[in-house]
Design a protein around this ligand. Structure first.
Ligand code: T3D
Length: 266
């Protein structure tokens, strides 16, 4: 029986999606792309899913493209990698970015090539202290993809972006956190507990406000201050009309914890 290359567990208010090809460090073949896309589509449509946790099985998070599917000895002609990006990696990054639910990524081990950049495409990245991020592309004569040139340059600036991409030197989880590329590096044995705590908080939280916050922050990197103030006005107007906002303020005034999930159910 073939194993599930992606495991999708639906829990109370959130989903855990685990890349599951541990013997290949969860590198992507087409089956894993399709399964991950299906899991994310399901989360998107599921009103009971308020947050997503993405992680990897075994000792790695994801080693990018499965290179055994690119073996020159097996391929008749040179591959059109632009096509594979357009078919698989680009839609994946766009989907993670546009998802209206928070996505927490728990990087449990090495994240290399597109695997690193898929992690950076999530909203909040926690990594085990033993994990490393490797822009492995230059080792096989490729260019960083899955948003790598974007994330590295935005978060780190050109100097560090170019050095990481051109040397393929591993970046430790702690340096990634110190450099502002991820949220936190945590002790290995604490990683899943911390990540679950976070998604549980998001699952109980104001889903629509999170979605609007994501949009506003994404727009900030290309907006002027004026345009950003306008965006904040637009999103705050929408947030202020929500049942979640009514519940948040009522709970504050009544000195009790807010119950957004009950408020949304009416
Ligand atoms: O092609 C397109 O469509 C374009 C898109 C490209 C996106 C990309 O991601 S390109 C970059 C592809 N990824 C890499 O180049 C990384 C390759 N892997 C590594 O450099 C190393 O495995 C790591 C640094 C990630 C980890 O090293 P280490 O020493 O901890 O583990 P290992 O022994 O190298 O790997 C363990 C096993 O996983 C091993 O198999 P084996 O010997 O036990 O049977 C290894 O071959 C396999 N593995 C690791 N990465 C990949 C892989 N198999 C296929 N593809 C991989 N990417």
């Amino acid at each position: 029986m073939s194993q599930d290359v992606v495991i999708h567990e639906k829990r109370d208010g959130y989903s855990v999606i685990t890349l599951n090809r541990p013997d290949r460090l969860n590198s992507f073949n087409e089956a894993q792309h399709h399964a991950l896309r299906a899991a994310l589509d399901e989360c998107e449509k599921d009103a009971n899913c308020g947050a997503i946790l993405l992680t990897g099985a075994g000792r790695g998070f994801c080693a990018g493209q499965d290179l055994s599917d690119r073996d020159p000895a097996m391929m008749g002609e040179r591959p059109d990698l632009g096509k594979t990006l357009e078919t698989f990696y680009n839609p994946l990054v766009r989907k993670l970015r546009a998802m209206d639910k928070p996505i927490v990524c728990a990087v449990n081990g090495v994240a290399a090539g597109a695997g690193a950049n898929i992690a950076f495409s999530c909203d909040i990245v926690l990594a085990a202290k033993s994990a490393k991020f490797i822009q492995a592309f230059s080792k096989i004569a490729l260019v960083p993809d899955a948003g790598g040139t974007y994330w590295l340059t935005r978060h780190l600036g050109e100097a560090r972006a170019k050095a990481l991409a051109m040397t393929a030197e591993p970046l430790s989880a702690e340096d990634a956190a110190d450099w502002g590329l991820i949220w936190k590096a945590v002790d290995d044995d604490r990683l899943m507990d911390e990540a679950i705590k976070l998604v549980e908080t998001f699952a109980k939280g104001p889903t629509n406000a999170y979605a609007l916050t994501k949009k506003a922050i994404h727009e900030a990197s290309s907006n002027s201050l004026d345009a950003q103030l306008d965006a904040e006005r637009k999103y705050q107007r929408e947030a202020g009309m929500s049942d979640d906002y009514k519940e948040g303020v009522a709970a504050f005034l009544q000195k009790r914890p807010a119950d957004f999930r009950a408020a949304r159910k009416g």
